[in-house]
Design a protein around this ligand. Structure first.
Ligand code: C2E
Ligand code: CMP
Ligand code: CA
Ligand code: CA
Length: 414
């Protein structure tokens, strides 16, 4: 493993930094010993001796204050330097509750060890609010409370059954039959409004609730498979039974129980695994390709198919198409939208369709809204299309209604 961390070697008695100075880094002691001292009433008081493995200089970086104590080497020591910018980027990106708790702990430490103000030993009254950085502290506390509130309302929504699975057809460009249906979540709030995934999926991921949401979609998706297949049989008796696909988030491929949960939901709905597809984005695949390969191969061994979502927008290395068991490429809406006005986009879509055919993958054009886009994606050789032109995502009942009729490609394409 490369070790690019900066180090500092110090000799016995050497000053590392002094109380009151501004801070540019924190340290991990690799070897040796340092002494932490503070001045009280004109004399130097020893606070601690720290050894290999200990960390120091972190306090000033956490709450942006001057050094609370002086640090000197006791014997020859090697220190690993953690730069201020890098540490602060991490701290900034941390969860608001963790940031708040860190500040609280630090304030208590400063109070109880008399490290506040001029260094005179003071016993705090335990209250955390009275100093100059109160504004920052209050806003941190507010952020943490609001985040917990949003997460709790999501959890309550799950408990109260406020989530509904909607479905959107993927239509065969050869015959207008619905070949598949993508399951997407909707959240019905108590006030009657409806929220779309962009407003709650990131929150669910952050709150560790995504697996529970996925269980909800999984149940709804599996239970919808047979009714959707019955409906399509009425419009397209000769067509293969349609599949239902569901979206997996980053991190879900790491979850040990995912495959069992999927197989369990399929079993409970008495449907064959070959009727289910999972959609993952390229970034989810590339996050940990080995783990992704393991999970997708297990799904594949049961007959579940795999679609690459938003194809063309991620950090894509085409080599994964060789190594991962992928069945479907869903060409991102941005390319489809651009097609009428951009020959470059048309070329890309045509090339992707050709590549897919070569690799025996199915292509889906995402976000087809207009007749001219439909004509272009057909001409470019896509297999399926999904978009508002055919149907928006809607409730199972509404989807069953439209699925009983075949989509009229020619009249739509004008
Ligand atoms: P996605 O997987 O790319 O899903 C397609 C999104 O495009 C859906 O948005 C759909 O409403 C929208 N769409 C479909 N046709 C058209 C069109 O013709 N024009 C336009 N402008 N948009 C169209 P939705 O339902 O808001 O979902 C947004 C994203 O949220 C999804 O993008 C997916 O990444 C995520 N998502 C949705 N449901 C779930 C879920 O159950 N689990 C997870 N992990 N993610 C989900
Ligand atoms: P900082 O305030 O950045 O610089 C001085 C460092 O000394 C401080 O971070 C802590 O890492 C460390 N320090 C302060 N007080 C104590 C203590 N009571 N015991 C051990 N280490 C301390
Ligand atoms: Ca999707
Ligand atoms: Ca997509």
């Amino acid at each position: 493993m490369p070790d690019t961390l900066q180090r500092q070697r110090v000799i016995p008695g050497e000053l590392i930094f002094q109380e009151g100075e501004s801070a540019s880094c924190a340290y991990v002691i690799e070897s040796g010993t340092v002494a932490i001292t503070t001045s009280r009433g004109g004399s130097e008081v020893m606070l601690a001796a720290l050894h290999a493995g200990d960390v120091f200089g972190e306090m000033a970086l956490i709450d942006d204050k001057p050094r609370s104590a002086t640090v000197r080497a006791v014997d020859p020591a090697t220190l690993i330097i953690l730069g201020r910018e890098q540490v602060q980027r991490k701290l900034e990106g941390a969860d608001p509750l963790i940031k708040l708790f860190m500040r609280v702990i630090l304030r208590r430490l400063r109070r109880t060890s008399g490290l506040v103000g001029d260094g005179a030993l003071t016993i705090g009254d335990g209250r955390l609010e009275d100093s100059a950085d109160d504004t920052a502290f209050r806003s941190l506390r507010q952020q943490a409370i609001e985040m917990l509130d949003r997460e709790r309302s999501l959890e309550q929504g799950l408990e109260r059954g406020e989530f509904e699975v909607f479905f959107q057809p993927m239509v065969s460009l050869a015959n207008g039959c619905a070949t598949g249906f993508e399951a997407v979540l909707r959240w019905h709030l108590a006030d009657g409004s409806m929220r779309e995934p962009a407003t709650f999926i990131p929150l669910a991921e952050e709150a560790g609730l995504i697996a529970r949401l996925t269980r909800t979609v999984l149940k709804g998706a599996c239970e919808a498979i047979l009714p959707l297949q019955d409906a399509v049989t009425m419009s397209c008796p000769a067509a293969a039974p349609p599949f239902v696909s569901l979206n997996l988030s980053a991190g879900e491929l790491h979850e040990a129980t995912l495959v069992e949960a999927i197989l369990g939901a399929l079993g409970a709905a008495a449907v064959d695994p070959s009727n289910l597809q999972v959609e993952v984005t390229e970034s989810v695949l590339m996050d940990d390709p080995e783990q992704a390969a393991r999970v997708l191969r297990r799904l594949k061994s049961h007959g579940i198919t795999v679609g690459v979502d938003d194809f063309g927008t991620g950090y894509s290395s085409l080599s994964y198409l060789q190594h991962l068991p992928v069945d479907v490429l869903k060409i991102d809406r941005s390319f489809i939208t651009a097609m009428p006005g951009s020959s470059g986009s048309r070329k890309i879509v045509r090339a992707v369709a050709r590549l897919a055919r070569e690799l025996e993958l199915v292509t889906v054009a995402e976000g087809v809204e207009h007749a001219n886009e439909l004509a272009l994606v057909r001409e470019c050789g896509c297999d399926l299309a999904q978009g508002f032109l055919f149907a928006p995502p809607q409730s199972l009942a509404d989807t069953l209604d439209i699925a009983r009729q075949r989509f009229a490609l020619l009249s739509l394409a004008g």
